[in-house]
Design a binder for this molecule. Sequence first.
Ligand code: ZN
Length: 599
Amino acid sequence: MTVKFPEVWDLEVLFPGGSNSKELRLHIEKTNSDLAELEQLAENFEVPASEKDEAAIVTMLETVKGIMQQLNQAGSFIGCLQAQNTEDKKAAILQSEDAVLNARFQTALQAIQQQLAKTEENVWKALLDSESLKEFSFVLNEWREEANMLLSEKEENIITSLSTDGYHGWSQLYDMLVGDIKIKMNIGGEEKILSVGQANNLSSDPDAAIRQQSYEKMEAAWTDKEEFFAKTLNSIGGFRLEVYKKRGWDRVLQEPLHMNRMKQETLDAMWGAISKNKQPFVDYLNKKGEMLGKDGLDWFDVDAPVTESTQQFAYQEGAEFILEHFGKFGPELQKFAVQAFEKGWIEAEDRPNKRPGGFCTSLPMTEESRIFMTYSGSMSNVATLAHELGHAFHSHAMQPVHPLNRSYAMNVAETASTFAEMIVADAAVKNAQSKEEKLALLEDKLQRSVAFFMNIHSRFLFETRFYEERKNGVVSAERLNELMEEAQQEGFAGGLKSTHPHFWASKLHFYITDVPFYNFPYTFGYLFSLSIYAKALEEGSQFEEKYMALLRDTAIMTAEDLALKHLGEDITQQAFWEKGIALCVKDAEDFNALVSSVG
Ligand SMILES: [Zn+2]
């Protein structure tokens, strides 16, 4: 019998004393002086002239590594302090201190990267072939490539300084505009004033009239301010396109594809495979409409609950459920999770003043992780816990890898988490005690598929089309509504009775300036993980070794090479993507069959 797992995490072993920790203070001071050393090094760093500069580069990389580890250790710890107690004012101060250190680190690193980029081709090749630098060739090539994609240092500095007000300022204005909107709702005869966030939460309200009212009130608010949102979106898009033009980047997707280390063909294959397989999800949406007593499904009913999972698990039970099913996939995953539960790596207690949501953060210096969430006993909590454990397992698998080779991109970041969550979500469906329970769990999975295959697809279609039209001038609010409705019709394959024309105004993701095309990497990650899961189902627990080898390599090769090396798959072909989609199609078919059989 397993010992009882703690529900509160242990942060004391990292830095004793929370936000008053003397050890943390010392750690920050050390980082501060090490950073000064790096800044000095960056200032004197010269363009490598011959193979003899190998040693200087190794020294530089070791310094960069050391500081990176220290910054991550402190940053993760401070993030944990803030999450566990939102009233911890000292933690907030520590966080801004940490942000300053991080910015200094980035600046110094960029200066070094600029110098490396200037290395002559034959010298560069010889350096990367050397014994001590071979291991870093992917990362170093990427640094060099990125620096070469940019304009001169002077020109890039001008862009960076102008973008504070001319680019990021628009994104902040968007947040202000949305923050200023108040939604007047009539709930149960009482008038309530809600923020956009609160009104959005009503999209899954069990009462159909409330869902519809909140949608209509919000749509009216977006319509009322549409000119402001159109101006904001056009300004962000215009700035981005102008920078791309100056740098000589002719495709809007060049930057996001590069950031995700993937090819255009891969993205096309993914959407192609998804587009071909939408019918079962359209059938599911229609079935859902029927269950709600309607003829077809409206936009505002997509998140409506049709059945409810009522099964409850005490924390210990939830943990044991996870461990049991992890064990079927591999001994290492199970062993790792036991350790995370036992050693107090998880903060799950349901108490006030905790931040909402969940995350997993890694502490590279002590080779540990911490998981944060609020566990209240639902199956969805159990799945979240498994998801975060998956992230921690990814860090665990990468431990043998040099810290500079651990920065994986957004599209593969959710591989291990989705994989772990799938194990538990599938087991839960099989374990369901009643048809109602089974339907609720299947629906939970299907809602994810609809979000990734239909909703995010429509965002992608909208965004690419908007950027194409923006190249020729400002796109009017009226045209943005048209583009959005067309994209939703196509993304949902006509599966909705009504669309959401002002979705482009309501979705924060279109206004994020730090990450362009924020959405498609999530669909990639979900399907990539599902394909690996499909392989694991085929091969059984012996697959684990291959799986861990894949995770280890997530930050040192392109997405295409990763899949080819570890899965023997060509992800530029639709056939690869169809394997993951097939699992989701099965969910839809099971759901549709089960609904028909419930009397
Ligand atoms: Zn995640």
